[in-house]
Design a protein around this ligand. Sequence first.
Ligand code: C5P
Length: 315
Amino acid sequence: MTAEPGTIPEPSGPVRVRVRVPAKINLHLSVGPRRDDGFHGLATVYQAISLYDELTAEDADDLTLTVRGEGAEDLPTGRRNLAVAAARALAGRLGVPPRVRLTLTKRIPAAAGLAGGSADAAAALVACDALWQAGLSRAALEEIAAGLGSDVPFLVGGGTALGTGRGEAVSPVLATGRWHWVVAVADGELSTPTVYAELDRLRDAGEQPVESAAGPADRVLAALRGQDPRALAGALANDLAPAALSLRPALRRTLAAGTEEGALAALVSGSGPTCLFLAATREAAAGLAARLAGHGVCRTLHLAHGPVPGARLTD
Ligand code: C5P
């Protein structure tokens, strides 16, 4: 029997979706010379870690964003917010009006070298793609993501990946096992362009090699396959670290405190000022974090593991 016309409900999409998105760290960050477009050519190994922002996207008449959580009062809620920019970019690509109410719960600090803003852009792409039932492929989302920021394509996929170009060209990397990190968030922020500009200044002044000091990523890639935290500890490298330390000399104390307390490795996360410590096990990471708390060398400490998936729907 067929139903009377008009009695079949219109197929309708979800009215509300929720996405969880991780922070990123760079296990290897090799920075080439400044390019003509102002960006630097990179070879980087990204890893997504279990420190998450959450974004809810709901049907609405227009585009709004509410932010709560870590540093919410200092974040823009208009077009300068990357989640808003991402929703607009996706709507533009689909040729639909950007009608969505976004609610963001921050745990990843902004301007901390953890790609907190980029994570929110990746979350908004995945959330709006689901809300608007666009069904875009991961490749299509990554293409839009590349227009929003160098780290955004990685945070769509997550895991562990090699990033080239300005960081936006990502390909997955085989990483077995689970890596344990203590994430030491510093007081205050460091702006990414300022840190890159400081690296250029140090290079121009002859205080840093003009070519990458970190070199190729081979050792990190081999260590990731081998599941040996000590091998990974010896291979971690970040060309932005001297620039971040030049702008924030106090980070040397943070790194030294981690090493003193038994971290297998201590490194600046991306452009900083967050510092990362590698531990052999979750228990070792918890002990390290507890001891580090007594040093007063950072604002907050988080335990995290990686790799974890990128921006994903949670209900
Ligand atoms: O791509 P994203 O918006 O995150 O970049 C922010 C800034 O960081 C750029 O405007 C540029 O100054 C610097 N940057 C760079 N080289 C890269 C990535 C970022 O110089 N590969």
